[in-house]
Design a protein around this ligand. Structure first.
Ligand SMILES: C[S@@+](CC[C@H](N)C(=O)[O-])C[C@H]1O[C@@H](n2cnc3c(N)ncnc32)[C@H](O)[C@@H]1O
Length: 363
């Protein structure tokens, strides 16, 4: 079987050279750098590696290839219409403390890859990151998700899912010497405990690893009490209709009622503004916790759990007519890829539908 490889962001071409030496004869490999050749050649060993590389009949070398603009390089398609392996080791935009920018680099890379259609249907993206950067539960790092590059979330923006995670063993690539620490052209860095994240396109019914999960809270008043099923049915209807056109998997993992608050009769004035209503609530000694209704959290973050307050606690057992609900919807796909963008869009659809209900009022 013939395999095609695309290496992105190689530093001194030692990785590509090493890989070439491992591969059997039936392959095609394109090794690329972001930098111009003149800059690459300033790196130790780079000239030597490049001259060895071009002796391989099936190897191609390209410079100034930006992984966030892959559709721009027709030559990639000319060499091979699609690639079975796209490999990017230790991407970094350079500089210190630029987590957000490095996340964007990953996201733009995945989006560009899907737009370019360069990955074959059964192809894989091998993204190797330093210890702790990936942010998956497969990491033995104390760094925490918020301090990571959120690799799975960034890949989901391009429609990719995580297939597996493998340790990156430099001993497998004897010629490889890492270079380009934080943009310094010739400085190495530690690759200890680094991990190769293998992404692929989604396949129906084939579960992915550590799928993205988002929690959305939505709060609204109801003039009369509702049972949770009415809200759940509404969510299922709205989301189901949308998903037929997007990811082909129902992605509502769970819906939970996290607060139900009954406003006592005494506190209701049908003409009053909501703020006035709230001040009356305060007068009654009921504590309302601040919460962003539109907050989007990953599955790793958990939102503030509100204290449920019952009518009897608030006012000694009066008759409640106006009820406030806060539901938390958990979105997750098991095999399709679910991006934060799509999850946010789904939440917006639910909000719109809730606001259309005659007897409900968004908080
Ligand atoms: C830390 S160095 C690693 C270099 C090399 N892959 C290695 O393992 O030694 C980070 C690399 O990311 C590359 N890079 C950053 N942004 C890129 C982009 N938009 N397209 C392609 N490569 C990029 C840089 O050119 C640099 O070579």
């Amino acid at each position: 079987m013939s395999y095609t490889y695309l290496i992105l962001g190689d530093g001194n071409f030692s990785f590509s050279l090493s890989l070439l030496k491992i591969l059997s004869s039936n392959f095609k490999l394109v090794a690329t750098s972001l930098e111009a050749q003149s800059n690459v050649l300033k790196r130790k060993q780079a000239g030597d590696n490049l001259s060895k590389l071009i002796q391989f009949e099936n190897a191609h070398v390209l410079h100034e290839v930006d992984c966030t603009k892959l559709s721009n390089y027709e030559v990639l398609k000319e060499i091979s219409p699609t690639y079975d392996r796209v490999i990017f080791n230790f991407p970094h935009i350079g500089g210190k403390s630029k987590i957000q920018c490095n996340r964007i680099l990953l996201k733009d890379f995945f989006v560009s890859l899907v737009e370019s259609q360069l990955l074959s249907d059964a192809g894989e993206v091998h993204l190797t990151l330093c210890h702790g950067q990936g942010g998956t539960p497969g990491e033995d790092s104390q760094r925490g998700y918020e301090n990571s590059w959120k690799a799975v979330e960034m890949a989901a923006e391009g429609g990719f899912v995580l297939d597996r995670i493998e340790p990156f063993n430099t001993t497998d690539y004897p010629e490889y010497t890492q270079t380009g620490y934080r943009g310094h052209s010739d400085k190495g860095f530690s690759v200890e405990r680094s991990l190769c994240h293998v992404f692929r396109k989604p396949r129906p019914n084939v579960p992915s690893l550590h799928p993205t999960c988002y929690a959305h809270d939505i709060s609204f008043w109801s003039n009369s009490g509702i049972d949770g099923d009415r809200f759940r049915n509404l969510v299922h209807k709205v989301i189901g209709a949308c998903l037929k056109q997007t990811v082909n998997e129902f992605c509502v993992k769970n819906i939970e009622l996290i607060e139900e608050y009954r406003l006592p009769n005494a506190a209701i004035d049908s003409n009053s503004e909501e703020s006035e209503g709230n001040s009356k609530i305060e007068k009654l000694g009921v504590h309302m916790t601040e919460q962003s209704e539109a907050s989007i959290g990953s599955g790793i973050e958990t939102g503030t759990r509100l204290e449920g307050v019952t009518c009897s606690e608030a006012s000694g057992g009066c008759v409640a007519t106006k009820v406030s609900y806060c539901f938390r919807i958990w979105y997750q796909c098991r095999w399709a890829s679910l991006s934060r963008t799509l999850a946010g869009h789904l939440q917006q659809l639910v909000r719109t539908e809730v606001s259309r209900q005659q007897d409900w009022e968004l908080r």
